[in-house]
Design a protein around this ligand. Structure first.
Ligand code: T1G
Length: 698
């Protein structure tokens, strides 16, 4: 087996080359190799040491897979101190992404050179921790406190040119990292450059750390790591010595390492990478997609077309009339203007997309050559069946026929064609060119290579794609329907929509369920409730009328200026609409309900437990392949707080037995809504967790 760190002598320079694909994570073998390399260079009388990474990048950080396991020596902080203390001139040559512990090793070197495309960063807060190998002590010394606080509390990646300006690196030069590193080391030796230990530099000037702490804590919406990292940087300014600053950093790092937030964020990191790894896709080749068609140029169709255009795909957008087609193009132009403003595309790309890449059409024949079509027409089964019958007649053999439906039965849509094996659901979330989640809905007859094609398209559109089976609402909307109903029940029983929203934003959601309904449009929920009543509601199901009354009065939320909240032009957010409380009181009276009080804790517990219970049904029925698939859907499509890892990670951390006990206790008051998921009962009986199920699937 090749060594994790390869040693080589080039004249007076000892070269330590990391060789730990895919990202040169600083696992124990790499750490041991670096320590041995430094010691060997010193013993052999070298004058300088060059550290760089083979393959795609310099060290991308500590090995996250080691977290939660007993740490093995040498530990990274000590290794960094040892590198810095070397009497030799230590140079790091950076390429790819020098992140976390990787940048910390570079900062413990005496000089740093990078290729222009290199990026550096300390993204530990995104994993629920903080730079724990001297980053909070060394970065402020080279870049100043303000820049260090910005990089550390945001975790953002900094390009080489900015890093040079900040003093994080000393030189930017194009070329092979090993070659430019050797040349730079030799140049330093020839010029008699001194060792330059960052840890021996003076402590940086302080700022108002309490004010920064409060501001960062507020921005974190419950996530602690960025704010705790501020206190570590404060130690760089205030600790009596560098060593005491390091000790303070270590103390705060260990506190965060033990936190549930670290467990949640690490789970999210690996889950979002695991969702695309499905055994059923192993060795399955996707069909090539060089051009696509989109049918329907409304908000969703225009958003989907925009996402494909931004990914460089030629798009033919089909509408029923020229006027509608041009209205769709205007929507796309509006989306692109946003991308241009955000620097996602250049003016030239913007213009080329609208002049060449996008083609408008009003006849199905225009789709005869496309490799894949995405239908985004009105959410009506008859309309969709007609569209798919036409596509079946016009599209070339092997073309993938996808529907963007958010809940309709994809099997029924596929049956409207003679090629059900080519039909799949690609459920985008609005706005489709911004939201990263894509549910890939696999119908009974969908061919494996069509599923693989869906995932390949999702990857190309930079989506996080999750496989879903066919049911009403697939994964996300089915679970949403349940926890939204739970919120309605709590309103009927005494809680106010405003208390519920606040309790859930305090829990970490970006918005509460009632504010979300106002944003999406109350008419959508109204239509769903009417559809379900028309299909025949189970007599045991609780129903409510207060939201219908709002809609009957024409209040659909933000788009009409009033819903659960009242919205004033130009003002962000809304204020509670007092009329709602009267409608709720009338609804309770009509149902003979005597309202009771709810604590915020009970609101969160019921809301979350209903979400977990439905999620367990979704996994148990095979609609979602694994618990982590549900977590990723809720994280990327429903504003679930990332530091909690997703509903099923949260459930594991809470303890499944207690969750099941609550469901059984509440089923005494409503045994229709609170029916324990069989999978949850099974896991509790076996003493297992949702994470155990994730591991079973590996
Ligand atoms: N440890 C272990 N595995 C890692 C890893 C890491 N740090 N980073 C990536 N991988 C795996 C990843 O799971 C995937 O595996 C493969 O590499 C390719 O990754 C003391 C304690 C580097 C920008 O937070 O941001 O240092 O799925 O698909 O899109 O202060 O990976 O192929 O099996 O993401 O090109 C700090 C995390 C750690 C960087 C590349 N470092 N990684 O993105 O590829 S904490 C980070 C990333 C720390 C110290 C503390 C990205 C990337 P698989 P990928 P990519």
């Amino acid at each position: 087996m090749s060594e994790a760190v390869e040693y080589e002598r080039i004249g007076d320079i000892a070269v330590l080359a990391a060789n730990n694909p895919p990202v040169n994570a600083l696992g124990v073998d790499v750490r041991r190799g670096l320590l041995a390399g430094i010691e060997r260079a010193e013993a052999e009388g070298a004058k300088a040491v060059l550290i760089y990474g083979k393959g795609r990048t310099y060290f991308a950080g500590a090995d996250i897979r080691e977290f939660g396991k007993p740490p093995q020596e040498p530990w990274l902080p000590g290794l960094c101190d040892r590198i810095e203390a070397s009497p030799l001139l230590v140079v790091s040559a950076l390429h790819g992404t020098a992140l976390g512990g990787g940048l910390e090793v570079a900062l413990s070197s005496h000089y740093r050179i990078a290729v222009p495309s290199a990026k550096v960063g300390l993204p530990e807060v995104n994993l629920g921790i903080l730079p724990g190998a001297g980053g909070t002590q060394r970065l402020p010394r080279v870049a100043g406190v303000e820049a260090a606080l910005d990089m550390i509390t945001t975790g953002r990646h900094v390009r080489a040119d900015e890093a040079l300006k900040l003093g994080v690196i000393d030189k930017v030069q194009d070329g092979d990292p090993r070659e430019i590193g050797l040349a730079y080391a030799q140049e330093l030796l020839d010029s008699g450059a001194p060792r330059r230990a960052v840890g021996e530099m003076p402590a940086p000037d302080p700022v108002d750390f309490d004010a920064v702490y409060e501001a960062v804590l507020k921005k974190g919406r419950g996530q602690l790591s960025p704010a705790v990292a501020v206190r570590a940087v404060q130690a760089a300014c205030e600790a009596p010595s560098f060593a005491e600053g390091m000790a303070r950093e270590r103390e705060l790092f260990m506190q965060l390492m033990e936190s549930d937030q670290r467990k949640g964020l690490i789970h999210a990191f690996f889950a979002e990478r695991a969702v695309g790894k499905l055994p059923e896709l192993k060795g399955v080749e996707p069909r090539p997609v060089h051009q696509i068609g989109v049918i329907g140029g409304g908000t969703m169709g225009a958003g989907i077309a925009t996402a494909a255009l931004l990914a460089g795909l030629p798009v033919t957008l089909l509408e029923m009339t020229q006027e509608a087609a041009h209205a769709a193009k205007d929507r796309i132009a509006g989306n692109l203007a946003g991308a241009l403003k955000r620097g996602k595309i250049s003016q030239q790309q913007h213009d080329a997309i609208l002049s060449d890449q996008l083609q408008l059409a009003t006849g199905y024949d225009a789709l005869s050559a496309v490799d894949l079509v995405i239908e985004a027409v009105f959410e009506d089964m008859d309309v969709k069946k007609q569209v798919f019958a036409q596509l079946d007649a016009v599209c070339k053999p092997g073309a993938v026929l996808a529907t963007n439906t958010s809940y309709l039965d994809v099997n029924e849509i596929a049956a409207a064609t003679k090629r059900p094996q080519d039909v799949i659901g690609l459920h985008f979330f609005s706005p489709a060119h911004v939201m990263k989640l894509l549910e890939i809905v696999v119908a009974d007859k969908t061919a494996p290579e069509v599923v693989a094609t869906g995932f390949a398209l999702g990857h190309r559109l930079k989506k996080v794609s999750v496989r879903a089976g066919v049911c009403d609402g697939f994964i996300g909307n089915r679970i949403l329907s349940t926890y939204r109903t739970c919120a309605d029940h709590m309103v009927l029983d005494g809680a106010s929509p405003f208390q519920i929203d606040k309790a859930l934003t305090d829990f970490g959601f970006a918005m509460g369920p009632f504010a979300v309904s106002d944003l999406a449009g109350l008419d959508i929920g109204w239509a769903v409730r009417k559809r379900k009543r028309a299909e025949g509601l189970d007599p045991r199901a609780r129903d409510s009328s207060y939201a219908d009354k709002l809609c009957e009065a024409g209040h659909f939320g933000q788009k009409t200026g009033k819903g659960f909240y009242v919205y004033e032009k130009g003002k962000r957010g809304g204020t509670p609409n007092p009329e709602v409380l009267d409608l709720i009181a009338a609804d309770r009276a009509a149902q003979g309900i005597t309202p009771r009080t709810f604590t915020d804790d009970e609101i969160v517990r019921r809301y979350m437990v209903s979400m977990v219970n439905e999620a367990a049904k979704v996994v148990g029925e095979g609609i979602a392949r694994r618990p982590l698939d549900v977590d990723v859907v809720l994280l990327y499509g429903y504003g679930f707080p990332r530091y909690r890892g997703g509903p099923l990670k949260w459930a594991d951390l809470q303890g499944l037995p207690g969750i099941l006990d609550d469901i059984r206790a509440w089923s005494a008051e409503d045994d229709y809504f609170w029916q324990p998921a069989p999978l949850l009962e099974k896991l509790v009986a076996e003493g297992r967790s949702f994470d155990d199920l994730n591991k079973d699937a590996e």
